[in-house]
Design a protein around this ligand. Structure first.
Ligand code: XMP
Length: 319
């Protein structure tokens, strides 16, 4: 529609004016905001854009491959993947406290990003998916206190010490407008309508210690949850759905044997602003199907529970 093409056209002009012939770096997470920023800036300056994807080892199953397929193979964007997963997992060893996890993940992210950015000559600008609500929130000292309960380490949270000038083409937009821009730019539907996924990834969905084995359990459960929600046609109505690996073993029966295995908690919420949220009233038969599949297919899990808490007082994530 004409308003979208106006926005895209004007933004392309202003990005070109701002950056001249310098190189722009963009941290890509696979989320809506960074994806739209990358494709918008690529439209404006083509090969002057270099994207960096940090594989923190805490991504969903196939997430890295999907991002590479979309941006490198489909849009022909210069995308560098930094596999820093060993460093993240080593730094997280033995850590159970959520804020501590976030601090470690944030610090490793900066280290990974820095090391890759140093290989890019003539890089003067950093593109970020800052949205209008972020602009307002950081402008008000005592905005919504709930926003400050968790330390947020987004891709958008790279420190000023890196010395880049910022390019923030989405600063005037709300989330739903960003999705429309994404559709207009031809991003895949899966990407445009993707639920938010936290920067610390699966690291804050494994209550307790993050280990490679526990990550595999959670990845398998998460994939089943998302697949079945999509198959039931509920993905767009739900604002965010997630699986949590709980550090509790419970007793079950497997054939004639007693089992003593992990619990997976499912959470799905409906919200417009993520500051308050209601649990999603997913039909029991859909919950039943997800539960059966997880228990049958994911080794090490013998019980699935559904989280029926509202935010507040419960947050969306468990950590
Ligand atoms: P909570 O759990 O605070 O989550 O109700 C609200 C929204 O923020 C996301 N979230 C994060 N995003 N880094 C992020 O980038 C974080 O550390 C983080 N913690 C929570 C959460 O997924 C939800 O969309």
């Amino acid at each position: 529609d004409w308003k979208m093409s106006d926005f895209v056209g004007e933004t392309i002009d202003s990005v070109r004016r701002q950056v001249g012939d310098a190189t722009v770096i963009c941290g890509l997470s696979g989320g809506v905001d960074s994806s739209v920023v990358a494709s918008l800036i690529h439209k404006a300056i083509g090969d002057q854009l270099v994207c960096i994807l940090v594989d923190n080892g805490l991504l969903r199953r196939n997430e890295r491959q999907t991002i590479v397929a979309t941006f490198r193979d489909h849009f022909h964007i210069d995308l560098r993947v930094v596999d820093w997963s060993q460093q993240f997992l080593a730094a997280l060893q033995g850590v159970t406290e959520p804020q501590q996890k976030r601090k470690i993940i944030g610090a490793e992210f900066i280290a990974a990003f820095k090391s890759e950015a140093a290989k890019i000559p003539n890089a003067r600008f950093l593109a970020q998916g800052t949205l209008y609500p972020d602009v307002i929130e950081s402008g008000s000292k005592d905005g919504n206190p709930a926003a400050n309960i968790k330390l947020h380490h987004n891709v958008g949270g790279l420190p000023a010490e890196l010395g880049f000038e910022l390019v923030e083409p989405l600063r005037d937009l709300f989330k739903d407008e960003v999705r429309l821009v994404g559709e207009h730019l031809g991003l895949p539907e899966d990407m445009v309508w993707r639920h938010p996924f936290p920067g610390p990834g699966l690291g804050v969905r494994i209550v307790g210690e993050v280990t490679p084995e526990r990550l595999e359990v959670l990845r398998a459960a998460d994939e089943i949850l998302i697949d079945e929600i999509k198959a039931a046609g509920l993905y767009r109505q739900i604002s965010q759905a997630l699986a949590v690996l709980v550090p509790v073993s419970t007793v079950g029966v497997m054939g004639d044997e007693r089992s003593y295995e992990s619990v997976i908690a499912l959470r799905a919420v409906e919200t417009t602003d993520f500051m308050t949220a209601d649990f999603s009233h997913i039909p029991y038969d859909v919950l039943g199907l997800i539960s059966t599949r997880i228990i049958n297919e994911v080794r090490g899990v013998n019980r699935v529970v559904y989280d029926v808490s509202s935010k507040p007082p419960a947050t969306i994530e468990w950590e």
